[in-house]
Design a protein around this ligand. Sequence first.
Ligand SMILES: Cc1cc2nc3c(=O)[nH]c(=O)nc-3n(C[C@H](O)[C@H](O)[C@H](O)COP(=O)(O)O)c2cc1C
Length: 255
Amino acid sequence: MDRPDVPSGSTAPQGSRDHPTFQEVYPGFPEPQFEPLTFTRRSPDETLARARAFYEEMQTRRTTRHFSRDAVPREVIEWAVLSAGTAPSGAHRQPWRFVAVQDPDLKARIREAVEAEEYRTYTARMTDEWRSALAALGTDYVKEHLTDAPWVVVVFREKYGLRNDGTTYKNYYTVESVSMAVGLFLAAIHHAGLTTLTHTPNPMGYLSELLGRPRNEEPLIVMPVGYPAPDAHVPKLSRKPLAEIFQVDLGPSGQ
Ligand SMILES: Cc1cc2nc3c(=O)[nH]c(=O)nc-3n(C[C@H](O)[C@H](O)[C@H](O)COP(=O)(O)O)c2cc1C
């Protein structure tokens, strides 16, 4: 019988802090295995210094559109992808696939397909509002970075899982999860001393075909990776100050 002070239906019981048992929540499922958390607790001073140092490193990251053709060892890309793969993901489905392209012919085919799509975007699809947003960046449909950069990394999002027998299963929060992995990849590439461009030449279905990816995967981001060209330049931009991106409790800004 319902307690008189607890509304029936789907609301959680109020006033009790006891966890339900595992079997109450997951009837019939095997108990999960746990292990102690590995964690280094640092002093408040060191914590602050590290937080600040990380910001100081990240605030020098810039999207780069001019790449040197200098080689980058595959192992560097692999470490960055491993860092990306540490991202959290909905139900730990890890719904990401990083396809790293170094083959010059394949990069050329990607560039050709991307430029065809981007040409349509810049000459036909782009609304006035969109054009005015991009004007400050000065980008166009010529994407030489796709053949200049030693690596082009295409990140695929596994919309749903696909078993070998062709049956499927649901994945959770895939856009959020893969975007977090991409964020970590950007940080790893920057930390390693390289640069990249977060590029979205939409619609990107042709990349699945060119890179032989299955139907459950969808391309999300294309990232040339390498060293900047000696004459690389970037648009002058400013980043929002803390007060515009941060709020504490109900205060109007992060003070
Ligand atoms: C989801 C996403 C899509 C983007 N798409 C493009 C793109 O198609 N072409 C491009 O040149 N830059 C693209 N960018 C890069 C942004 O223009 C860039 O991050 C922004 O101008 C800020 O510059 P910064 O990264 O140097 O701080 C994209 C960035 C994000 C996060």
